[in-house]
Design a protein around this ligand. Structure first.
Ligand SMILES: NC(=O)C1=CN([C@@H]2O[C@H](COP(=O)(O)OP(=O)(O)OC[C@H]3O[C@@H](n4cnc5c(N)ncnc54)[C@H](OP(=O)(O)O)[C@@H]3O)[C@@H](O)[C@H]2O)C=CC1
Ligand SMILES: C[C@H]1O[C@H](OP(=O)(O)OP(=O)(O)OC[C@H]2O[C@@H](n3cnc4c(=O)[nH]c(N)nc43)[C@H](O)[C@@H]2O)[C@@H](O)[C@@H](O)C1=O
Length: 307
């Protein structure tokens, strides 16, 4: 059975990938950070030389919502750059034939808003709230690109997912992205009997969300035939919603009937970042999990984790 090295295999994306039924086609190697720190270039190179995986999915990173990115920009840039550089150069040295590098929709210029198409990356200034993280992601994408130019036999690709949610997400308010943040806030409001929940910003910014299990599905399809995947490809539903719509949806799922207030002092970031899914459509794939269904399943998972 072919060996698949999943970096970040215990994070949200990695865990959803390992939980997907299609993963049975692979022997998965998913060392936790305590076992293999990707910031340690020597340890990583030795590990790769020992295990010689047939394919790598790069899903490790220092990841967080807008506030965490703004609080620690140096860490988001430096650690993600280091992890990306270490992994990609070591895979090149070892000659790993297949690599899927996960990027993020924050790599797009801040002023584009919609129809974000892969060729528009590096055509304008980045959104300041996550510039460091985005620069590290762009560097990793370029490393993949250059490695493939040097050695066209490599089947290395970069997938650019929209915002993600699902089981195994981070619900800690200091680090969470929008959807887990809302689930946690509204759940706490319900059990504490509070009738007000605070939305960051005016609620009019828009975000595109996909269930992480759908991303896992795309990753497994890409691994099955990497030659059919464009060098760089957005992955998402191609539909976005206003922040306040996500709050209303979660309130319905949680069964909380209160009112929303706005904190206009909180960071909002990009007003909109809707991906073009033209390449994904040409590849013949689309996500399947509807938002209401996915949020309900994620809330059920969240409830199971409560003490
Ligand atoms: N979540 C989202 O909305 C989106 C995510 N992505 C991308 O998907 C990928 C996965 O994100 P996601 O699963 O959400 O993030 P998580 O934070 O859930 O998982 C990231 C994983 O990377 C691990 N990691 C971080 N640093 C190191 C290190 N030095 N050595 C070894 N492991 C390390 C973490 O380990 P530990 O827990 O021990 O720190 C964690 O298991 C990232 O590349 C991210 O940029 C792209 C678009 C949207
Ligand atoms: C995936 C992508 O995710 C990050 O970018 P982001 O999309 O801006 O991150 P976010 O999910 O934290 O916020 C989305 C929107 O939602 C609004 N918002 C309302 N209320 C809450 C709230 O309670 N918490 C949070 N976090 N946001 C809230 C918030 O004001 C913003 O307008 C990157 O840093 C980077 O990590 C990256 O790649």
């Amino acid at each position: 059975m072919a060996r698949l090295f999943v970096t970040g295999g215990h994070g949200m994306v990695g865990s959803n990938l390992r939980a997907h039924p299609g993963i049975a086609a692979w022997q998965v190697l998913a060392p936790a950070r305590a076992e293999l720190d990707l910031c340690d270039a020597v340890a990583l190179r030795d590990w790769l030389a020992r295990h010689r995986p047939d394919a790598v999915v790069h899903a490790a990173g220092v990841v967080g919502g807008i506030q965490a990115n703004m609080a620690e920009p140096l860490r988001y840039l430096a650690e993600n750059a280091r992890i990306g550089l270490n992994l990609i150069t070591a895979c090149r040295e070892i000659g790993v034939p297949v690599l899927l590098n996960l990027s993020s929709s924050c790599v797009y210029p801040r002023d584009l808003h919609r129809d974000l198409a892969e060729e528009q990356i590096l055509t304008g200034p980045l959104e300041p709230s996550n510039e460091g993280y985005a620069l590290a992601k762009i560097m990793a994408m370029r490393l993949v690109d250059h490695a493939c130019r040097e050695n066209p036999a490599l089947q290395w690709r970069t997938l650019i997912p929209c915002n993600l949610y699902g089981p195994f997400d981070t619900f800690d308010p200091g680090r969470s992205h929008l959807l887990p943040a809302i689930i946690h806030k509204i759940h706490r409001a319900r059990i504490e009997g509070r009738d007000r929940v605070e939305i960051w910003g005016d609620g009019q910014a828009r975000r595109e969300f996909m269930h992480a299990s759908d991303l896992a599905d795309a990753i497994l399809r890409a691994l099955a035939d990497p030659s059919a995947v464009p060098a760089v490809m957005n992955v998402g539903p191609g539909v976005d919603h206003a922040i306040e719509d996500y709050y209303r949806l979660v309130a319905g799922v949680v069964g909380w009937q209160g009112r929303f207030v706005h904190d206009l002092g909180k960071p909002v970031g990009m007003r909109r970042k809707l991906l073009s899914v033209a390449r994904q459509a040409a590849w013949g794939w689309a996500p399947r999990i509807g938002l209401a269904e996915g949020v309900a399943a994620t809330y059920a998972w969240y409830l199971e984790q409560q003490p």
